[in-house]
Design a protein around this ligand. Structure first.
Ligand SMILES: N[C@@H](CCC(=O)N[C@@H](CS)C(=O)NCC(=O)O)C(=O)O
Length: 224
C-alpha cells in the first residue's frame, strides 16, 4: 500500500526533527508543512488540541505527541527497527528519550533555542540573558553525561542505534544551528554526532534554513 505522510512542523523544533529522523530512517517520504503554531489556527487546533507541533497525518490518520508518533511508527513500520526487543533495553531507550525531551529540553533547549529563536520568530522580544547563561552552563553537564554513556556503549542506549540517539541528535542539531554546542568538549560525543549526522536520514535536516538565522558553516559539514 502506498504511504501518504504530511508533517506539520517547524524546522528547528527538536520534537519535529525526531519524527522526521524516524520517518526518514524508515524510508517513509513525507511532505513537510510549516505550521505557525503560535497563531493557533483553528484547523491546526482541531488536528491537535494541545496546539503543539509535530502533528503527523499518516495515511489519513492524524497523530500528535512526538513520543507517541515515534512509537506508533515503530509498531506499524518495524523495519528498520529503532527499538530493541528486550524490555529492559526498551526501557533504557525510553528513559533517554525522556531525558532529552523533558530534562534537556527544560534545562537547555528552552533556555537557548527558545530564547534566541522562538522569541524572535513569535514576536516575544529579546533573549533573557539569565536564561541563556543557565542554558550554556547546563549543556556542559549534559554533554559530559553523554560522554560517560558513550564510554560504555557504542550508541547512547546500547550497542545499536535507537530512538534515543535521534532524540538527542534532534536537540543537539537544533542547538548546533545556532552555534550553541561546544563539540570540543568531548571527542566521544563529537564522534557519535558525526556518525548520526552522516546517515542519509539526516540529510534533509542539514538543509534546513530559517529566515533571519544563518547556521554556522560547520552545521551541514559532515567533517566538522
Ligand atoms: N511533548 C510534545 C512537545 C512538543 C512541543 O513542545 N512543541 C513546541 C515546538 S518545539 C510547540 O509546539 N509549542 C507550542 C506550545 O507549547 O504552545 C511532543 O513531544 O510532541
Amino acid at each position: 500500500m502506498m504511504i501518504t505522510a504530511e508533517l506539520y512542523h517547524v524546522p528547528l523544533s527538536p520534537f519535529c526533527r525526531k519524527v522526521r529522523l524516524s520517518l526518514a530512517e524508515k524510508k517513509i517520504e513525507c511532505k513537510l508543512i510549516e505550521e505557525r503554531y503560535w497563531e493557533k489556527d483553528t484547523d491546526f487546533l482541531r488536528r491537535n488540541p494541545a496546539g503543539k507541533v509535530p502533528v503527523l497525518k499518516l495515511n489519513g490518520k492524524v497523530l500528535a505527541e512526538s513520543a507517541a508518533i515515534c512509537e506508533y511508527l515503530e509498531e506499524i513500520y518495524p523495519e528498520p527497527s529503532l527499538m530493541p526487543s528486550d524490555p529492559m533495553e526498551r526501557h533504557e531507550v525510553r528513559r533517554l528519550v525522556f531525558w532529552f525531551d523533558d530534562k534537556f529540553q527544560h534545562e537547555v533547549t528552552s533556555k537557548l533555542l527558545y530564547e534566541r529563536v522562538n522569541k524572535k520568530v513569535t514576536g516575544q522580544g529579546f533573549p533573557d540573558s539569565k536564561n541563556v547563561r543557565a542554558g550554556l552552563s547546563a549543556i556542559k553537564f549534559h554533554l559530559d553525561y553523554m560522554a560517560w554513556l558513550l564510554e560504555h556503549r557504542r550508541w547512547l542506549a546500547g550497542d545499536r542505534m535507537t530512538l534515543a540517539d535521534f532524540a538527542a541528535a534532534a536537540h543537539l542539531s537544533s542547538l548546533d544551528y545556532i552555534s550553541d554546542v561546544d563539540w570540543n568538549r568531548s571527542g566521544a560525543v563529537k564522534d557519535w554526532y558525526a556518525k548520526v549526522k552522516s546517515r542519509p536520514a539526516f540529510r534533509n535536516i542539514l538543509m534546513d534554513q530559517v529566515p533571519g538565522f544563518l547556521p554556522p558553516e560547520h552545521y551541514a559539514d559532515l567533517d566538522f
